[in-house]
Design a protein around this ligand. Structure first.
Ligand code: GDP
Ligand code: MG
Length: 365
């Protein structure tokens, strides 16, 4: 059950890269003979000549709900590390996925969809997203590129306008785009960034208009993987030189219990309708790793007893379906048998209680 933890304490976003990572052994190398080096170099295939130094760093994934952030993480990392769902705002916690290529290691931070906050939970989500932006090496703004740019995209662009890190824009869902429409769609995003056309602002008296932005646009499909290789190359070029921060086979440093809770929440979302999803939270109460099997006790928290009724279902059938689905997902992710016991508890108004939010791990640090 350790496969998702980093081997050594990794560099936090913003902290300087530590040269000479943990456990590195000093090795004495012979002093290179420049003539011999030149001869060896000339014999290499061209793409390896002047080979690039290894790079590592943090990439913040920013985007409105449902643009495909989680799908992209899964596509890039090739394992189920983030939760995807057709229901908006499934991802509440910052989740790191780790992508190791021959050239670089990218630590990806999945952030909750940025939107205008409606209540306390929403404000926390936005705060977490803003803090994530502050510390990273590059920001990847993901948009639904199958739709023309809209006002909601403008809100995020304004939020990112002053961030220190370079910003790249992925026009996702390219698989849904009719090739004849592709240019017009890309043009609408260029207009948005440059503040032209529909997005031309009327500067108020004495105010300078915002300078046009020239963030690179990358058409991709998180679903099929189309364009993602070029995207990763562009992001890699923005990272500083640095050592590998995590083992090459690590995919996420998300604490396992958060991942378990997210897998349960995903099942709740996929088996219930609108009346439940936004007021559900999952707490993992106990995990017992007794040899070959992992036993998990978890509670689904809802706000109203009517929701509790829906979740339990006739004769407990709904809860059984949710539990079975979550168990199967856990067994895939943790590669081993899982015993899952689920409870449902009514906690009125939990969304408004900051203390409870903190307890449940929704950090707004
Ligand atoms: P998030 O809220 O930004 O994390 O979005 P998700 O990754 O959960 O995706 C939302 C929905 O869009 C899901 O139904 C995905 O299957 C779908 N989706 C994501 N990326 C693509 C894509 O590239 N093409 C298509 N056709 N659908 C996508
Ligand atoms: Mg998501």
């Amino acid at each position: 059950m350790d496969s998702h933890s980093p081997a050594s304490s990794p560099r936090e976003p913003g902290a300087p890269a530590a040269p000479g990572a943990d456990g590195e052994q000093g090795v004495l190398l012979p002093i290179p003979d420049p003539q011999e080096s030149a001869r060896l170099l000339a014999a290499l295939p061209t793409e390896q000549q002047g080979s690039q130094p290894f790079r590592s760093g943090f990439v913040a994934l920013i985007g409105r709900p449902n643009v495909g952030k989680s799908t992209l993480l899964n596509q890039l990392v090739g394992e189920k590390v983030a939760i995807t769902s057709p229901v908006a705002q499934t991802t509440r916690n910052r989740l790191r996925a780790i992508l190791t290529t021959p050239a670089a290691q990218l630590v990806l931070l999945d952030t909750p969809g940025i939107h205008k906050p409606h209540h306390l939970l929403g404000e926390r989500l936005v705060k977490t997203a803003r803090n994530t932006i502050g510390d990273v090496d590059v920001v990847l703004l993901l948009v639904d590129g199958s739709q023309p740019a809209g006002r909601g995209d403008g809100f995020i662009v304004e939020l990112l306008r002053h961030c220190r890190a370079p910003v790249h824009v992925a026009l996702n869902k390219h698989d849904l785009v009719d090739p004849a429409e592709a240019e017009a769609l890309a043009a609408s995003y260029r207009q948005l960034l440059e503040g032209r056309g529909d997005f031309a602002s009327i500067p108020t008296a004495g105010e300078q208009p915002n300078p046009p932005l020239s963030w690179p646009l990358h058409p991709v499909s998180a679903l099929t993987g189309e364009g993602t290789e070029a995207l990763v190359a562009a992001l890699t070029a923005e990272l500083p030189e640095g050592p590998q921060l995590y083992p090459a086979d690590a995919v996420s440093d998300q604490p396992e219990q958060l991942l378990m809770a997210e897998l349960i929440r995903e099942q709740v979302l996929s088996h219930t309708r609108e009346e439940v999803p936004h007021s559900v939270a999952v707490s993992i109460d106990r995990v017992v790793d007794d040899g070959p099997r992992t036993a998990v006790l978890a509670t689904v928290l809802v706000e109203r007893s009517s929701q509790k009724g829906i979740l339990i279902g006739k004769g407990g059938r709904m809860l059984k379906t949710i539990g079975q689905g979550a168990r199967l997902q856990m067994e895939k992710v943790f590669s081993g048998p899982v015993y899952l016991e689920l409870f449902v508890k009514v906690v009125p108004g939990w969304r408004r209680s900051a203390a409870r939010l903190a307890e449940l791990g929704y950090r707004g640090e």
